[in-house]
Structures are given as structure tokens and as C-alpha cells.
Design a binder for this molecule. Structure first.
Ligand SMILES: NC(=O)c1ccc[n+]([C@@H]2O[C@H](COP(=O)([O-])OP(=O)(O)OC[C@H]3O[C@@H](n4cnc5c(N)ncnc54)[C@H](O)[C@@H]3O)[C@@H](O)[C@H]2O)c1
Length: 335
């Protein structure tokens, strides 16, 4: 099966990554159905495609089954940042696990190829660097991040079991930190934090001593990887593939880069590192390079520049972050 001109379902398509994936699928000529419960996603992320003849959007929660006639499915539904996934941890696990079951049940029924947006968090706080796909991880099963980490691990197990037991045609991407336009403000992720703080003229918050490292992949590069993995039909196609940018930056370096691009010299405010915060996170993407011929192309400075521009426009338009919006709605609804 090639990946041309299909009816594609994107679950979680109104979110940050989902909306960029929808853009790409529409550009490639597919018919797209997006389902989302708008927990962290927003209609605004797809408003530029309003009334597009090849896009249909449905408000639906993937913890409930749905039946649709489609050829392929991308499952991206799950809050992705700690602030969002810890807001209702039980719902997070339900979305990952029951959502995966519903998506896989649908794929089995309509013989669709199905893609799971998994995460580097399945490796937990790794004692192996960088982590390749054969590493089983070092995850705290009862910590405050486990609703996300273990939910995603269980979803991977379900994907593999549906493949082994029912021959469902699966793809699993283990996504590392990704950034770009349309990230939610105030979602607690380091890139959005630093950019929003720098643009608002607030001190940049640095957790721990700032020496912990992360790798940052620009969203367009990641979406290219999704498409390559979905189209890949080689021997290892059902195995998980790391997708991310191996360039490693300390949080201190990232803060400096953002300050340089925003042209500010704001103070840095230090806070204690949150529990279970990994010291290092770097993808080994040799598998994706070998099997998909994929690797990221966008330099950090270039991607940050585009993200800063997007944040600047949205701040100017008066937009607030999803979490901030939810918090203010809750406050308003109190008597
Ligand atoms: N952005 C990253 O750096 C990153 C890294 C690793 C993995 N991922 C994974 O990629 C996927 C997308 O991440 P994102 O950054 O776009 O996050 P996001 O929060 O912007 O997108 C998730 C989308 O799923 C929707 N959603 C949540 N629960 C749902 C439910 N029960 N039913 C239907 N829709 C639901 C949300 O409203 C949102 O639109 C997630 O599964 C995440 O775990 C992202």
C-alpha cells in the first residue's frame, strides 16, 4: 500500500503537531478527517483550512469508539506537556490506553494502516545515552509523570499486540521534543516558556542548574518523518522508530539563544528541578536514517526564529495559553 491520495483520519488533529500534519496531508492531496475533543487543541489551529473541501472536523473524545470509513489513521490524541497531562492524570491514561484500543479496533475493522504518536518518555530517565529503540527504558511506574509515560508504554504494547494477534498494519514513532508555530503558550514546555517570557519581558525560568540537556526538532521536519514512516514498507516497518533532532542543547544554552533572537537581556530566575526530570535526552535516529532516509534539516536558530514570530503575532492578537485560558474560565465560573 502506498501512501498517496487516501482518506486519512487524524486523531488529535487540532493540536500542535496534529494541525501541522493536517496541513501537510491536505497539501499532499489527501481527504482528511480530524477528530479532537479540544482539550489542548483549538479550532484556531485549523481555521486557515475552514471550509476546505477535503477536510472534515468532528468533535469527539477518542476514549469513546467511533466508526469511520478511512484508509489510514494517525493517532496523536493525548495532552503532551506535563502541565496538561497532569491536569487530569486518570483521563491522560484513559486517552492513551482506551484511545489506543479504540483506534486499533477501528483500524482492524476497516483494514487501515495506523500510526501511533509515542514518545521519548517511554525511555524514562535513561541510564543509556543516546537512546536507541532497543533500550527498554527506566520509568518510574508510580511517579507523577507515569500517567503519561506508562500510558504511552501501554499504548505501544497494544499496538504491537494488535499487530501480532490481528495483523494490524502499525507504525510507531517515538517522538522527541518538538517545537514550532502553534505550540500552546504557558504549557510548561521549555521552548514555549522561554519565548513567551522573553516576548513579555519577564525573567526566563530555569529549572535546576540548567545543565540538563534536551534535543529540539522543528515541527516541519518531524511531520516529514511521520509521512516517511507511514509510507515505509520495509522489514522493520512495524518496529518503533525514534524521530527527533540529535543536536543537544543545555537549558542554559537555549535560554541564551532565545534571548539573542528576541534581542533581550532578561534575568534568569532559578527554580528547583521537578521530580523525575531527566538530566539528558537525545535521540539516536540511526534507525530512521537507515530505514526512512529521514533526518531533520532545520537549524535551531531558524526554527526558533519562525516560532518567535508566530508567538509574537499571537500575543499581539491577545491569545493566551490553553492552560491559562482553562484556569481563567474556571475562575470566571465560580459564584
Ligand atoms: N510535541 C512534542 O514535543 C511531543 C513529543 C513526544 C510525543 N508527542 C506526542 O504527539 C502527540 C501530539 O502532541 P502535541 O504536542 O501536538 O500535543 P497537543 O496537546 O497540542 O495535541 C494533542 C491533541 O489531542 C487532543 N486530545 C487530547 N485528548 C483527547 C481525547 N481524549 N480525544 C480526542 N482528542 C484528544 C487535544 O485536544 C489536542 O488537540 C501526543 O500524543 C504527544 O504525546 C509530542
Amino acid at each position: 500500500m502506498s501512501f498517496d491520495r487516501q482518506r486519512v483520519l487524524v486523531v488529535g488533529g487540532a493540536g500542535f503537531l496534529g494541525s501541522h500534519l493536517v496541513d501537510r496531508l491536505i497539501r499532499d492531496g489527501h481527504w482528511v478527517i480530524c477528530i479532537d475533543n479540544y482539550f489542548t487543541g483549538h479550532k484556531r489551529n485549523l481555521s486557515h483550512l475552514h471550509n476546505h473541501p477535503r477536510l472534515e472536523t468532528i468533535r469527539h473524545d477518542i476514549t469513546e469508539p467511533i466508526l469511520l470509513e478511512i484508509d489510514s489513521i494517525f493517532n496523536l490524541a493525548c495532552p503532551a506537556s506535563p502541565i496538561h497531562y497532569q491536569y487530569n492524570p486518570i483521563k491522560t491514561i484513559k486517552t492513551s490506553v482506551v484511545g489506543a484500543l479504540n483506534v486499533l479496533g477501528l483500524a482492524k475493522r476497516v483494514h487501515a494502516r495506523v500510526f501511533q504518536a509515542s514518545t521519548s518518555e517511554v525511555y524514562g530517565d535513561p541510564d543509556v545515552h543516546p537512546q536507541d529503540e532497543s533500550y527498554w527504558g527506566r520509568v518510574n511506574p508510580i511517579g507523577i509523570r507515569s500517567c503519561y509515560d506508562e500510558g504511552k508504554r501501554c499504548a505501544e504494547a497494544l499496538f504491537m499486540d494488535y499487530h501480532r494477534a490481528h495483523d494490524v498494519d502499525i507504525r510507531i514513532a517515538r517522538i522527541f521534543n518538538t517545537y514550532g508555530p502553534r505550540m500552546a503558550f504557558d504549557d510548561g514546555r521549555v521552548v514555549s516558556n522561554f519565548i513567551a517570557q522573553a516576548l513579555r519581558g519577564e525573567p526566563l525560568t530555569l529549572y535546576g542548574d540548567g545543565s540538563q540537556t534536551r534535543s529540539f526538532c522543528y515541527v516541519d521536519d518531524l511531520v516529514d518523518g511521520f509521512i516517511e514512516l507511514m509510507a515505509y514498507e520495509g522489514r522493520a516497518c512495524h518496529e518503533p522508530h525514534n524521530l527527533g533532532n540529535p543536536g543537544e542543547y543545555s537549558m542554559k544554552e537555549l535560554a541564551l539563544e532565545v534571548q539573542k533572537l528576541v534581542c533581550t537581556d532578561l534575568p534568569v530566575e532559578r527554580r528547583p528541578a521537578p521530580p523525575d526530570d531527566p538530566m539528558q535526552r537525545q535521540p539516536d535516529i540511526s534507525c530512521a536514517k537507515r530505514n526512512l532516509g529521514w533526518e531533520p534539516r532545520t537549524r535551531l536558530q531558524e526554527g526558533l526564529g519562525r516560532t518567535i514570530e508566530d508567538f509574537r503575532q499571537r500575543l499581539k492578537a491577545g491569545e493566551t495559553g490553553t492552560y491559562a485560558r482553562r484556569r481563567s474560565l474556571r475562575t470566571e465560573s465560580k459564584p
